[in-house]
Write a protein that binds this ligand. Structure first.
Ligand SMILES: [Zn+2]
Length: 208
């Protein structure tokens, strides 16, 4: 089954998509992670992407669509996938409809206040581990428990960028969730709950 997972920044959708991916044994595809990998390669495409993302802006639809289409051609999605961070707007949703069929849409709801609260204290390590200064702090100062490097804050996790992301989510992404609702495939889950409880609520959708 092809699944989309939606939620504002800080809704915990990445964590939930990971848990769901393990249960359903289908890949969790995070478009933001694919972007970051491409940027690391320092290719021409990587430089173009970096010029947008480093300013906290979203990548252009045309590039994003192309990257997603390439990813969905890989053999590991034969049984389905969980797509996270895409589509973000109507142009992308229409494109996606043209290349595959969506079976289920999971929407995780959190208030803007909660979203900002969760993201502003998020810290990353270069090794890939993520921390939260309040909910999941490193043992020592602001260094990584695993590799000892100093943690950093992603540019798009800074307050001004978070507000802009939330605005885009409300204005561009929520309308496409409304379109999926008309098809009767959306399940909305309350996101201001413990991780395990949210996971169980999502699993109920697939046990029906
Ligand atoms: Zn580390």
């Amino acid at each position: 089954m092809n699944i989309l997972i939606f939620g504002a920044q800080g809704s915990g959708k990445g964590t939930q998509a990971d848990l769901l991916s393990k249960k359903l044994k289908i890949p969790h595809i995070t478009v933001g992670d694919i972007f970051r990998l491409i940027i690391k390669e320092e290719s021409e495409l990587g430089k173009i992407l970096a010029s947008y993302l480093n300013k906290g802006r979203l990548a252009p639809n045309e590039i994003t669509n192309r990257i997603v289409a390439e990813r969905l051609k890989k053999s590991d999605v034969a049984r389905g996938f969980i797509l996270d961070g895409y589509p973000r707007n109507k142009v992308q949703a229409d494109f996606l409809d043209g290349i595959c069929e969506i079976g289920k849409v999971i929407e995780i709801k959190v208030s803007d206040k909660e979203a900002v609260e969760r993201i502003k204290d998020r810290r990353m390590c270069y090794c890939g581990r993520t921390y939260h200064l309040k909910y999941n702090p490193p043992k020592k100062d602001v260094t990584c428990d695993e590799c000892g490097k100093k943690l950093y804050q992603r540019d798009d996790d800074k307050p001004k960028e978070i507000k802009e992301r939330l605005r885009i989510y409300h204005e561009e992404t929520e309308p496409i969730i409304a379109d999926y609702k008309k098809r009767g495939i959306v399940e909305t889950v309350e996101g201001e709950r413990p991780i395990q409880e949210i996971h169980l609520n999502i699993m109920k959708v697939f046990q029906k």
